[in-house]
Structures are given as structure tokens and as C-alpha cells.
Write a protein that binds this ligand. Structure first.
Ligand SMILES: *[C@@H]1O[C@H](CO)[C@@H](O)[C@H](O)[C@H]1NC(C)=O
Ligand SMILES: *[C@@H]1O[C@H](CO)[C@@H](O)[C@H](O)[C@H]1NC(C)=O
Ligand SMILES: *[C@@H]1O[C@H](CO)[C@@H](O)[C@H](O)[C@H]1NC(C)=O
Ligand SMILES: *[C@@H]1O[C@H](CO)[C@@H](O)[C@H](O)[C@H]1NC(C)=O
Ligand SMILES: *[C@@H]1O[C@H](CO)[C@@H](O)[C@H](O)[C@H]1NC(C)=O
Ligand SMILES: *[C@@H]1O[C@H](CO)[C@@H](O)[C@H](O)[C@H]1NC(C)=O
Length: 186
């Protein structure tokens, strides 16, 4: 005999709210995968075939250079250092909202930095040393609340170093040498 179960109203409301939270939170590991595939598509030279390893047939958490969190199963670290990669940094990288560690040093990434990186609120470690990045150092660099280590040496950044870097209250380590920054004459 079929029986219809009527949920008491508060429980029904809770389920609706929970469902809404789930769908808003639809940025999941699948989104992380799409955003890393976007990064891959902007890499024009990969001599050691490392990023070629980034295939949809394996979980993004097994991809070379990618680390996922044990609790959230989201991408928390990206380490593409020393891979001889040539490419640009696409805005989609800013969608990796769980990223705490971003290391692309000793490659040949060029172009300027997309403002979407400012969405990486959990970032603690950023190392872009020794690439060919250029453009002015954007003032949004002052808005990483957890940033402890910022390394941008050996690039072609220019303009004035924004004073808002002084607002990075967790910063312990800052490397800016060998860029084209202007000296401020008083
Ligand atoms: C990620 O979200 C999409 C759509 O929101 C959903 O179809 C998919 O099953 C989710 N994937 C995982 C691994 O949770
Ligand atoms: C990528 O490399 C990882 C680690 O070496 C390996 O486990 C995985 O199977 C590789 N995936 C592909 C598609 O080659
Ligand atoms: C990052 O990757 C490089 C090269 O693959 C490796 O030597 C280094 O130990 C890695 N760093 C971390 C913190 O895992
Ligand atoms: C990812 O980022 C791009 C460009 O910043 C944006 O247009 C897109 O909607 C984002 N989507 C997901 C699912 O991450
Ligand atoms: C910079 O990276 C290149 C590889 O892209 C490497 O050959 C070179 O030794 C690195 N320079 C420094 C100062 O680490
Ligand atoms: C930077 O920090 C100072 C002192 O904490 C604060 O007054 C100022 O509003 C901050 N600026 C921005 C743009 O967050």
C-alpha cells in the first residue's frame, strides 16, 4: 500500500534551503577541472609533456602538479614550477576558490595578470618568480587576507609598487627584485 509522507513544514523549508545551498555551491571539483583545462589550453609549449598528463580520464586530483584537500576534495595547491611551460595565466585560474598554494616559478608565463586572481581569498603562498610576466603590479594585490609569501622576482613588472601591499597583514616573505619597477623620487 502506497503511503504519502507529508513532511512537517519546517523540515520541508530546511530541505529547500539545503538544496539551494547545494546548487549555489555547484562550483565543485568538476568546475576545478574545467578551470584547469582552461589553463592547459593557454599553455602553448610543454616540452616535458607534463600538462599533457591532465586528461579527463583521470581525476583532477591525480594530475601532475595538482593537490586536492582531504576534507573538501577541491584543488588547494597548484605547483607547476620548473616545467619549462610557455603560456599565459587565464582569468579562469581565479575560479579555483580553494587554492592556497600557487607556484609557477621558473617557467615562461608571459602577459599581465588577470584581475580575477583577486578571488583567490584563501591564497597563502604565491610564487611567480622567473617568468616573463609584465604590466603594472595591480593594487588588488593588497587584498589577499591570508597571503604569507609573495614572490614576483625576475619578471618584467613595471610601474610603481603599490603601497597597498602594506595592507597584507599576514605577509612574512616578499620578493620583488629584477623587475622594471620605477623608483619613487621625492
Ligand atoms: C558538480 O556540479 C554539477 C552541477 O552543479 C553536478 O552535475 C555534478 O554532479 C557535480 N559533481 C560532483 C563531483 O559533485
Ligand atoms: C598522470 O600522472 C600521474 C602521476 O604520475 C599518474 O598517476 C596518472 O595516471 C597520469 N595520468 C595520465 C592520463 O597519464
Ligand atoms: C613542486 O614541483 C617541483 C617540480 O615538479 C618539485 O621539485 C617540488 O618539490 C614541488 N614543490 C612542492 C612544495 O611540492
Ligand atoms: C570561471 O571564470 C570565467 C572567467 O573569469 C567565468 O566566465 C566563468 O563563469 C567561471 N565559471 C566557473 C564554472 O568556474
Ligand atoms: C629561470 O627559469 C629558467 C627555465 O625557465 C631556468 O633555465 C633558469 O635557470 C631560471 N633562472 C633562475 C635565476 O632561477
Ligand atoms: C589599508 O590598511 C589601513 C590600515 O589598516 C586601512 O586604514 C585602509 O583602509 C586599508 N586600505 C584598504 C584599501 O583596504
Amino acid at each position: 500500500m502506497a503511503k504519502t509522507i507529508f513532511l512537517p513544514f519546517p523540515m520541508f523549508a530546511l530541505l529547500v534551503i539545503f538544496g539551494a545551498i547545494l546548487s549555489v555551491n555547484s562550483l565543485n571539483i568538476t568546475a576545478d577541472q574545467l578551470n584547469l583545462l582552461a589553463l592547459k589550453s593557454y599553455i602553448s609549449h610543454d616540452p616535458h609533456l607534463l600538462v599533457t598528463n591532465w586528461s579527463t580520464s583521470t581525476s583532477v586530483c591525480n594530475w601532475i602538479g595538482v593537490t586536492c584537500g582531504s576534507r573538501h576534495r577541491r584543488v588547494i595547491a597548484l605547483n607547476l614550477s620548473n616545467m619549462d611551460l610557455t603560456g599565459i595565466i587565464p582569468s579562469q585560474l581565479g575560479n579555483l576558490s580553494f587554492l592556497a598554494w600557487l607556484d609557477i616559478h621558473n617557467n615562461n608565463f608571459h602577459g599581465s595578470l588577470p584581475i580575477e586572481l583577486t578571488n583567490l581569498h584563501r591564497l597563502k603562498y604565491l610564487n611567480f618568480n622567473n617568468n616573463s610576466l609584465n604590466g603594472e603590479l595591480p593594487s588588488w594585490f593588497g587584498y589577499f587576507p591570508k597571503l604569507q609569501s609573495l614572490s614576483l622576482s625576475d619578471n618584467y613588472f613595471n610601474g610603481v609598487v603599490p603601497s597597498i601591499l602594506g595592507n597584507l597583514s599576514k605577509l612574512e616573505h616578499l620578493l620583488l627584485y629584477n623587475n622594471d619597477f620605477k623608483e619613487i623620487n621625492s
